[in-house]
Design a protein around this ligand. Structure first.
Ligand code: GTP
Ligand code: MG
Length: 171
């Protein structure tokens, strides 16, 4: 007998960090070098099975451009989990990620599962954010998950979503 839950999942982070690319890799196994910047938000679903438990993710992929910032609460309200994405090649996107963490800690659900994803790990040579710094920050802020991912190579992308499914309360 399998139990199933639905989980609203929101992706937040600076423009160009790779939110849409992570979702596309996870849901469709695809990657585009010229992924279009998201307007407003995009919605997709994907189901994962952890042991006997099926989690249907209802994924809101938000737009990182600053002018859409005011829409974000619509997407994180009622969310079970959030993935905050930054591009490890960009200090700006790292600063932006930390400001999303602060916003979610203030305004998000009390038991929101927050995952931090340092994306573009295929470009480690160009990194501007060290793994140690991000790891220490995630620990200090008591974030549920920290992973370095690559939507391009697929590294740790499934890990990211399965780790979230694992941390969700089972009903
Ligand atoms: P907005 O929708 O504007 O908020 O951006 P986004 O966070 O959705 O970023 P998007 O997925 O559109 O990716 C931005 C650019 O980075 C695209 O050109 C992608 O091809 C590229 N990109 C995304 N993920 C990776 C990755 O893991 N590695 C590399 N090398 N490039 C990536
Ligand atoms: Mg996008």
């Amino acid at each position: 007998q399998q139990s199933q839950t639905q989980a609203k999942l929101v992706l937040l982070g600076d423009m160009g960090a790779g939110k849409s690319s992570l979702v596309l890799r996870f849901v469709k196994g695809q990657f585009f070098e010229h992924q279009e910047s998201t307007i407003g938000a995009a919605f997709m679903t994907q189901t994962v099975t952890v042991d006997d438990h099926v989690v249907k993710f209802e994924i809101w992929d938000t737009a990182g451009q600053e002018r859409y910032h005011s829409l974000a609460p619509m997407y994180y309200r009622g969310a079970a989990a959030a993935i905050i994405v930054y591009d490890m090649q960009s200090q700006q996107s790292w600063q932006r990620a930390k400001s999303w963490v602060r916003e979610l800690q203030r305004q998000g659900n009390a038991n929101l599962v927050i995952a931090l994803a340092g994306n573009k790990s295929d470009c480690k040579d160009m990194r501007k954010v060290s793994k140690e710094e991000a790891e220490a920050y995630a620990e200090e802020q008591k974030l549920s998950i920290f992973l370095e991912t690559s939507a391009k190579s697929g590294e740790c992308v499934n890990d990211l979503f399965y780790s979230i499914a694992n941390k969700l309360p089972k009903q």
